[in-house]
Write a protein that binds this ligand. Sequence first.
Ligand code: NIG
Ligand code: FE
Length: 415
Amino acid sequence: MKILIKNIKQLVQTEEEPKLKVSGKEMKKLNCINDAWLAIEDDIIAGFGRMDDWEGISDWTNLTVIDATDKLVMPCYCDSHTHIVYAGSREGEFVDRINGLTYDEIFERGGGILNSAKKLHEATEEELVESALKRLNEIMMQGTGAVEIKSGYGLSTESELKMLRVIKKLKTLSPLTIKATFLGAHAIPTLYKNNKRAYIDLLINEMMPRIVEEQLADYCDIFCEQNYFTKEETIEILTAGKKHGMTPKVHAEQMSNSGGTLAGVEVGAISVDHLEYLGNAEISALQNSKTMPTILPGAAFFLSLPNPPARRMIDAGLAIAVASDYNPGSCPSGNMNFMMSVCCVQFKMTPEETINAATINSAYAMDLSKTHGSIAVGKKANVFITKEIPGYSFIPYSFGSNLVETVIINGKIMN
Ligand code: NIG
Ligand code: FE
Protein backbone atom coordinates (compact mmCIF):
# COMPACT_ATOMS: atom_id res chain seq x y z
CA MET A 1 0.00 0.00 0.00
CA LYS A 2 1.41 3.38 -1.03
CA ILE A 3 0.10 6.92 -0.75
CA LEU A 4 1.37 9.94 -2.61
CA ILE A 5 0.21 13.37 -1.48
CA LYS A 6 1.04 16.00 -4.08
CA ASN A 7 0.66 19.76 -4.56
CA ILE A 8 0.83 20.30 -0.77
CA LYS A 9 0.64 24.01 -0.10
CA GLN A 10 2.85 23.66 2.99
CA LEU A 11 4.46 20.50 4.37
CA VAL A 12 5.04 21.37 8.02
CA GLN A 13 7.71 20.19 10.50
CA THR A 14 10.04 18.46 8.03
CA GLU A 15 13.36 17.14 9.26
CA GLU A 16 16.39 16.09 7.19
CA GLU A 17 18.35 15.24 10.33
CA PRO A 18 15.86 14.18 12.98
CA LYS A 19 16.28 15.53 16.49
CA LEU A 20 14.86 14.09 19.69
CA LYS A 21 13.57 17.47 20.87
CA VAL A 22 14.00 21.19 20.29
CA SER A 23 14.81 23.67 23.07
CA GLY A 24 14.94 27.41 23.72
CA LYS A 25 15.55 29.55 20.63
CA GLU A 26 15.44 26.47 18.36
CA MET A 27 11.73 26.24 19.14
CA LYS A 28 11.09 29.38 17.09
CA LYS A 29 12.19 27.53 13.97
CA LEU A 30 9.74 25.31 12.12
CA ASN A 31 10.99 23.71 8.91
CA CYS A 32 8.42 23.73 6.13
CA ILE A 33 8.43 23.04 2.41
CA ASN A 34 6.02 25.04 0.27
CA ASP A 35 4.50 23.33 -2.78
CA ALA A 36 5.58 19.87 -1.69
CA TRP A 37 4.98 16.14 -2.12
CA LEU A 38 5.02 13.37 0.47
CA ALA A 39 5.30 9.64 -0.24
CA ILE A 40 4.17 6.92 2.14
CA GLU A 41 4.99 3.23 1.81
CA ASP A 42 3.14 0.84 4.08
CA ASP A 43 3.27 2.52 7.50
CA ILE A 44 6.40 4.61 6.89
CA ILE A 45 7.25 8.01 5.39
CA ALA A 46 9.27 7.08 2.30
CA GLY A 47 10.16 10.50 0.92
CA PHE A 48 9.21 14.14 0.55
CA GLY A 49 10.39 17.22 -1.29
CA ARG A 50 9.45 20.14 -3.52
CA MET A 51 7.05 19.59 -6.42
CA ASP A 52 9.69 21.19 -8.68
CA ASP A 53 12.07 18.33 -7.89
CA TRP A 54 9.44 15.59 -8.04
CA GLU A 55 10.30 12.76 -10.40
CA GLY A 56 6.70 11.70 -11.10
CA ILE A 57 5.10 8.30 -10.65
CA SER A 58 6.81 5.28 -12.15
CA ASP A 59 4.87 2.54 -10.38
CA TRP A 60 1.08 2.87 -9.99
CA THR A 61 0.64 -0.50 -8.24
CA ASN A 62 -1.40 -0.18 -5.02
CA LEU A 63 -0.95 3.59 -5.11
CA THR A 64 -3.45 6.14 -3.79
CA VAL A 65 -2.82 9.68 -5.00
CA ILE A 66 -4.17 12.61 -2.99
CA ASP A 67 -4.15 16.15 -4.35
CA ALA A 68 -3.58 18.60 -1.48
CA THR A 69 -3.79 21.84 -3.44
CA ASP A 70 -4.24 24.76 -0.98
CA LYS A 71 -3.97 22.35 1.97
CA LEU A 72 -1.28 21.72 4.58
CA VAL A 73 0.19 18.42 5.71
CA MET A 74 1.42 18.14 9.28
CA PRO A 75 2.75 15.31 11.44
CA CYS A 76 0.00 14.13 13.77
CA TYR A 77 0.05 15.62 17.24
CA CYS A 78 1.55 13.63 20.09
CA ASP A 79 -0.52 13.99 23.25
CA SER A 80 1.81 12.93 26.06
CA HIS A 81 -0.60 13.38 29.00
CA THR A 82 -4.19 12.14 29.17
CA HIS A 83 -6.59 10.36 31.51
CA ILE A 84 -8.81 9.23 28.65
CA VAL A 85 -10.07 6.07 30.41
CA TYR A 86 -12.83 7.17 32.78
CA ALA A 87 -16.45 6.48 33.65
CA GLY A 88 -19.25 9.04 33.61
CA SER A 89 -18.60 12.77 33.61
CA ARG A 90 -18.33 15.62 36.14
CA GLU A 91 -20.31 18.54 34.73
CA GLY A 92 -22.03 18.84 38.16
CA GLU A 93 -18.68 19.89 39.66
CA PHE A 94 -18.17 22.25 36.72
CA VAL A 95 -21.39 24.01 37.72
CA ASP A 96 -20.34 23.94 41.40
CA ARG A 97 -17.12 25.73 40.45
CA ILE A 98 -19.04 28.33 38.44
CA ASN A 99 -21.11 28.91 41.57
CA GLY A 100 -18.01 29.52 43.67
CA LEU A 101 -16.65 26.24 45.04
CA THR A 102 -12.94 25.61 44.53
CA TYR A 103 -11.37 22.43 43.08
CA ASP A 104 -10.00 21.75 46.60
CA GLU A 105 -13.38 22.21 48.30
CA ILE A 106 -14.98 19.82 45.83
CA PHE A 107 -12.26 17.24 46.59
CA GLU A 108 -12.73 17.68 50.37
CA ARG A 109 -16.43 16.77 49.90
CA GLY A 110 -15.47 13.49 48.21
CA GLY A 111 -15.73 14.88 44.69
CA GLY A 112 -12.97 15.41 42.13
CA ILE A 113 -10.71 12.41 41.57
CA LEU A 114 -12.61 10.47 44.28
CA ASN A 115 -15.87 11.02 42.40
CA SER A 116 -14.32 9.55 39.25
CA ALA A 117 -12.88 6.66 41.31
CA LYS A 118 -16.36 5.79 42.58
CA LYS A 119 -17.77 5.80 39.04
CA LEU A 120 -14.85 3.79 37.70
CA HIS A 121 -15.24 1.14 40.40
CA GLU A 122 -18.80 0.50 39.17
CA ALA A 123 -17.91 0.33 35.46
CA THR A 124 -17.00 -2.88 33.65
CA GLU A 125 -13.86 -3.26 31.55
CA GLU A 126 -16.02 -3.48 28.42
CA GLU A 127 -17.82 -0.21 29.21
CA LEU A 128 -14.52 1.54 29.84
CA VAL A 129 -13.00 0.23 26.60
CA GLU A 130 -16.05 1.37 24.63
CA SER A 131 -16.15 4.92 26.01
CA ALA A 132 -12.36 5.37 25.77
CA LEU A 133 -12.35 4.16 22.15
CA LYS A 134 -14.91 6.82 21.27
CA ARG A 135 -12.66 9.48 22.81
CA LEU A 136 -9.61 8.08 21.01
CA ASN A 137 -11.44 8.25 17.69
CA GLU A 138 -12.53 11.79 18.49
CA ILE A 139 -8.96 13.01 19.15
CA MET A 140 -7.64 11.08 16.15
CA MET A 141 -9.98 13.03 13.88
CA GLN A 142 -8.70 16.23 15.51
CA GLY A 143 -5.16 15.30 14.47
CA THR A 144 -3.68 13.25 17.33
CA GLY A 145 -1.63 10.21 16.30
CA ALA A 146 0.02 9.10 19.54
CA VAL A 147 -1.26 9.34 23.07
CA GLU A 148 -0.27 8.53 26.63
CA ILE A 149 -3.04 7.27 28.91
CA LYS A 150 -2.90 7.14 32.71
CA SER A 151 -4.61 5.00 35.30
CA GLY A 152 -5.37 6.83 38.56
CA TYR A 153 -9.14 6.64 38.89
CA GLY A 154 -8.84 3.15 40.34
CA LEU A 155 -7.08 3.82 43.65
CA SER A 156 -7.38 0.16 44.67
CA THR A 157 -5.36 -2.77 43.37
CA GLU A 158 -8.34 -4.27 41.60
CA SER A 159 -9.49 -1.03 39.95
CA GLU A 160 -6.01 0.22 39.03
CA LEU A 161 -5.33 -3.13 37.32
CA LYS A 162 -8.71 -2.87 35.62
CA MET A 163 -7.80 0.56 34.20
CA LEU A 164 -4.39 -0.60 33.04
CA ARG A 165 -5.86 -3.70 31.39
CA VAL A 166 -8.29 -1.43 29.57
CA ILE A 167 -5.36 0.63 28.30
CA LYS A 168 -3.60 -2.57 27.20
CA LYS A 169 -6.74 -3.57 25.29
CA LEU A 170 -6.94 -0.12 23.69
CA LYS A 171 -3.40 -0.61 22.38
CA THR A 172 -4.70 -3.55 20.34
CA LEU A 173 -8.00 -1.95 19.27
CA SER A 174 -7.00 1.62 18.38
CA PRO A 175 -4.77 2.52 15.44
CA LEU A 176 -3.15 5.21 17.61
CA THR A 177 0.24 4.63 19.22
CA ILE A 178 -0.50 4.35 22.95
CA LYS A 179 1.75 4.51 26.04
CA ALA A 180 0.44 3.47 29.46
CA THR A 181 1.12 5.13 32.79
CA PHE A 182 0.48 3.84 36.31
CA LEU A 183 -0.93 6.73 38.38
CA GLY A 184 -2.02 4.89 41.52
CA ALA A 185 -0.64 7.89 43.45
CA HIS A 186 -3.28 10.23 42.01
CA ALA A 187 -5.07 10.78 45.35
CA ILE A 188 -5.42 9.08 48.72
CA PRO A 189 -8.54 6.89 48.52
CA THR A 190 -11.24 7.36 51.20
CA LEU A 191 -10.42 4.00 52.78
CA TYR A 192 -6.86 5.20 53.55
CA LYS A 193 -7.80 8.79 54.40
CA ASN A 194 -6.14 8.57 57.80
CA ASN A 195 -3.39 6.16 56.82
CA LYS A 196 -1.52 7.45 53.81
CA ARG A 197 1.52 5.30 54.72
CA ALA A 198 -0.52 2.15 54.26
CA TYR A 199 -1.70 3.33 50.83
CA ILE A 200 1.88 4.07 49.74
CA ASP A 201 2.89 0.59 50.91
CA LEU A 202 0.00 -0.84 48.89
CA LEU A 203 1.14 1.04 45.79
CA ILE A 204 4.71 -0.17 46.12
CA ASN A 205 4.34 -3.66 47.54
CA GLU A 206 1.11 -4.87 46.02
CA MET A 207 0.19 -2.89 42.90
CA MET A 208 3.64 -2.42 41.32
CA PRO A 209 4.62 -6.14 41.31
CA ARG A 210 1.27 -7.04 39.71
CA ILE A 211 1.72 -4.35 37.06
CA VAL A 212 5.19 -5.64 36.18
CA GLU A 213 3.92 -9.22 36.08
CA GLU A 214 1.25 -8.33 33.52
CA GLN A 215 3.47 -5.74 31.75
CA LEU A 216 0.82 -3.09 32.05
CA ALA A 217 2.70 0.22 32.29
CA ASP A 218 5.54 2.10 30.61
CA TYR A 219 5.56 4.98 33.11
CA CYS A 220 4.80 5.71 36.75
CA ASP A 221 3.23 9.06 37.64
CA ILE A 222 2.16 10.86 40.84
CA PHE A 223 0.17 13.97 41.80
CA CYS A 224 2.71 15.92 43.89
CA GLU A 225 0.52 18.55 45.57
CA GLN A 226 -0.77 19.76 48.93
CA ASN A 227 -3.44 17.31 50.17
CA TYR A 228 -2.12 14.64 47.78
CA PHE A 229 1.56 13.54 47.84
CA THR A 230 4.65 15.38 49.14
CA LYS A 231 7.99 15.81 47.44
CA GLU A 232 9.53 13.08 49.64
CA GLU A 233 6.69 10.67 48.89
CA THR A 234 7.07 11.51 45.20
CA ILE A 235 10.73 10.52 45.29
CA GLU A 236 9.96 7.34 47.23
CA ILE A 237 7.14 6.18 44.95
CA LEU A 238 8.84 7.06 41.67
CA THR A 239 12.08 5.40 42.80
CA ALA A 240 10.10 2.23 43.56
CA GLY A 241 8.39 2.56 40.17
CA LYS A 242 11.79 2.75 38.49
CA LYS A 243 12.87 -0.46 40.24
CA HIS A 244 9.77 -2.02 38.70
CA GLY A 245 10.82 -0.86 35.24
CA MET A 246 8.55 2.19 34.98
CA THR A 247 10.06 5.52 33.93
CA PRO A 248 8.93 8.41 36.18
CA LYS A 249 6.59 11.26 35.27
CA VAL A 250 5.16 13.86 37.67
CA HIS A 251 2.05 16.05 38.01
CA ALA A 252 4.02 19.04 39.30
CA GLU A 253 3.39 22.64 40.50
CA GLN A 254 -0.23 22.67 39.33
CA MET A 255 -1.98 24.27 42.33
CA SER A 256 1.11 25.37 44.28
CA ASN A 257 4.90 25.15 44.26
CA SER A 258 5.14 21.73 45.92
CA GLY A 259 8.48 20.21 44.92
CA GLY A 260 7.23 17.97 42.12
CA THR A 261 9.62 19.32 39.52
CA LEU A 262 12.69 19.03 41.77
CA ALA A 263 11.62 15.51 42.74
CA GLY A 264 11.09 14.64 39.07
CA VAL A 265 14.51 15.92 38.02
CA GLU A 266 16.12 14.07 40.95
CA VAL A 267 14.67 10.70 39.92
CA GLY A 268 15.21 11.30 36.19
CA ALA A 269 11.58 11.80 35.16
CA ILE A 270 10.97 11.86 31.43
CA SER A 271 8.52 14.72 31.97
CA VAL A 272 7.10 17.01 34.62
CA ASP A 273 3.65 18.26 33.74
CA HIS A 274 1.36 21.27 34.49
CA LEU A 275 3.92 23.80 35.93
CA GLU A 276 1.61 26.75 36.64
CA TYR A 277 3.62 27.48 39.83
CA LEU A 278 7.07 26.81 38.37
CA GLY A 279 9.75 29.02 39.97
CA ASN A 280 13.34 29.91 39.16
CA ALA A 281 14.79 27.03 41.19
CA GLU A 282 12.78 24.58 39.08
CA ILE A 283 13.82 26.29 35.85
CA SER A 284 17.50 25.96 36.87
CA ALA A 285 17.05 22.31 37.78
CA LEU A 286 15.38 21.60 34.42
CA GLN A 287 18.21 23.32 32.54
CA ASN A 288 20.59 20.57 33.54
CA SER A 289 18.27 17.64 33.00
CA LYS A 290 16.76 15.38 30.37
CA THR A 291 13.28 15.98 31.78
CA MET A 292 10.73 17.52 29.39
CA PRO A 293 8.68 20.33 30.98
CA THR A 294 5.14 19.82 29.73
CA ILE A 295 2.35 22.36 29.90
CA LEU A 296 -1.34 21.45 29.89
CA PRO A 297 -3.20 24.56 28.67
CA GLY A 298 -6.62 22.92 28.71
CA ALA A 299 -6.48 22.28 32.47
CA ALA A 300 -5.12 25.77 33.21
CA PHE A 301 -7.95 27.22 31.10
CA PHE A 302 -10.71 25.03 32.53
CA LEU A 303 -9.69 25.52 36.19
CA SER A 304 -8.80 29.22 35.71
CA LEU A 305 -5.26 28.60 36.98
CA PRO A 306 -2.41 31.06 36.50
CA ASN A 307 -0.48 30.70 33.26
CA PRO A 308 2.65 28.55 33.38
CA PRO A 309 5.71 30.76 32.72
CA ALA A 310 6.18 29.46 29.19
CA ARG A 311 8.05 32.51 27.88
CA ARG A 312 10.48 32.51 30.79
CA MET A 313 11.08 28.80 30.30
CA ILE A 314 11.84 29.10 26.58
CA ASP A 315 13.94 32.21 27.12
CA ALA A 316 15.94 30.23 29.70
CA GLY A 317 16.73 27.71 26.97
CA LEU A 318 14.28 25.01 28.06
CA ALA A 319 12.23 22.82 25.76
CA ILE A 320 8.47 22.75 26.26
CA ALA A 321 5.98 20.06 25.32
CA VAL A 322 2.24 20.62 25.21
CA ALA A 323 -0.37 17.96 25.95
CA SER A 324 -4.11 17.96 26.59
CA ASP A 325 -4.60 16.29 30.01
CA TYR A 326 -7.96 15.04 28.62
CA ASN A 327 -9.89 14.01 31.77
CA PRO A 328 -13.38 14.49 33.24
CA GLY A 329 -12.37 16.93 36.00
CA SER A 330 -9.86 19.47 34.82
CA CYS A 331 -9.95 19.19 31.01
CA PRO A 332 -12.83 17.41 29.29
CA SER A 333 -11.25 17.93 25.87
CA GLY A 334 -8.37 16.35 24.00
CA ASN A 335 -8.39 18.80 21.14
CA MET A 336 -4.74 19.64 20.51
CA ASN A 337 -5.70 22.41 18.06
CA PHE A 338 -7.41 24.21 20.93
CA MET A 339 -4.47 23.53 23.30
CA MET A 340 -2.21 25.26 20.77
CA SER A 341 -4.55 28.29 20.63
CA VAL A 342 -4.30 28.68 24.41
CA CYS A 343 -0.48 28.42 24.21
CA CYS A 344 -0.41 31.25 21.68
CA VAL A 345 -3.09 33.51 23.12
CA GLN A 346 -2.55 33.08 26.85
CA PHE A 347 1.07 31.96 27.17
CA LYS A 348 2.47 34.10 24.34
CA MET A 349 4.14 31.22 22.58
CA THR A 350 4.55 31.66 18.83
CA PRO A 351 2.80 29.24 16.44
CA GLU A 352 6.23 27.77 15.60
CA GLU A 353 7.05 27.15 19.27
CA THR A 354 3.61 25.74 19.84
CA ILE A 355 3.73 23.31 16.92
CA ASN A 356 7.17 22.11 18.03
CA ALA A 357 5.74 21.64 21.54
CA ALA A 358 2.76 19.62 20.25
CA THR A 359 4.74 17.37 17.90
CA ILE A 360 8.43 16.59 18.41
CA ASN A 361 8.68 17.67 22.06
CA SER A 362 5.51 15.88 23.13
CA ALA A 363 6.80 12.81 21.25
CA TYR A 364 9.96 13.05 23.39
CA ALA A 365 7.80 13.12 26.54
CA MET A 366 6.68 9.58 25.72
CA ASP A 367 9.90 8.20 24.19
CA LEU A 368 8.50 8.41 20.68
CA SER A 369 10.57 11.08 18.97
CA LYS A 370 12.59 8.52 16.99
CA THR A 371 9.41 7.41 15.22
CA HIS A 372 6.85 10.22 15.61
CA GLY A 373 6.52 13.99 15.88
CA SER A 374 7.92 15.15 12.54
CA ILE A 375 7.97 14.51 8.80
CA ALA A 376 11.19 12.55 8.34
CA VAL A 377 12.09 9.63 6.10
CA GLY A 378 11.69 6.36 8.01
CA LYS A 379 9.31 7.75 10.64
CA LYS A 380 5.77 6.43 11.07
CA ALA A 381 3.34 7.74 8.47
CA ASN A 382 1.15 9.55 11.01
CA VAL A 383 0.09 12.75 9.28
CA PHE A 384 -2.99 14.84 8.71
CA ILE A 385 -4.13 16.95 5.80
CA THR A 386 -5.91 20.19 6.62
CA LYS A 387 -8.80 21.88 4.92
CA GLU A 388 -7.85 24.73 2.58
CA ILE A 389 -6.03 27.23 4.82
CA PRO A 390 -3.42 29.94 4.25
CA GLY A 391 -0.65 28.56 6.51
CA TYR A 392 0.13 26.85 9.83
CA SER A 393 -0.51 29.95 11.98
CA PHE A 394 -4.14 29.72 10.86
CA ILE A 395 -4.58 26.61 13.04
CA PRO A 396 -4.03 28.18 16.50
CA TYR A 397 -5.60 31.39 15.19
CA SER A 398 -8.91 29.70 14.33
CA PHE A 399 -9.61 28.43 17.83
CA GLY A 400 -12.68 26.24 18.05
CA SER A 401 -12.67 25.22 14.38
CA ASN A 402 -11.66 21.78 13.26
CA LEU A 403 -9.44 22.30 10.26
CA VAL A 404 -8.27 18.69 10.06
CA GLU A 405 -9.73 17.07 6.93
CA THR A 406 -7.95 13.74 6.39
CA VAL A 407 -6.06 11.69 8.97
CA ILE A 408 -3.49 9.04 8.02
CA ILE A 409 -2.33 6.73 10.79
CA ASN A 410 0.45 4.21 10.13
CA GLY A 411 -0.06 4.71 6.41
CA LYS A 412 -3.82 4.10 6.49
CA ILE A 413 -6.42 6.74 5.65
CA MET A 414 -8.81 6.91 8.60
CA ASN A 415 -11.73 8.75 6.98
O1 NIG B 1 -4.02 16.33 35.56
N1 NIG B 1 -3.98 17.11 38.70
C1 NIG B 1 -4.37 16.00 38.87
N2 NIG B 1 -5.00 15.20 38.04
C2 NIG B 1 -5.77 15.60 36.90
C3 NIG B 1 -7.15 16.01 37.25
C4 NIG B 1 -7.90 14.89 37.72
C5 NIG B 1 -9.35 15.12 37.94
O2 NIG B 1 -9.80 16.19 38.41
O3 NIG B 1 -10.05 14.15 37.66
C6 NIG B 1 -5.04 16.68 36.14
O4 NIG B 1 -5.45 17.84 36.08
FE1 FE C 1 -3.20 14.91 34.55
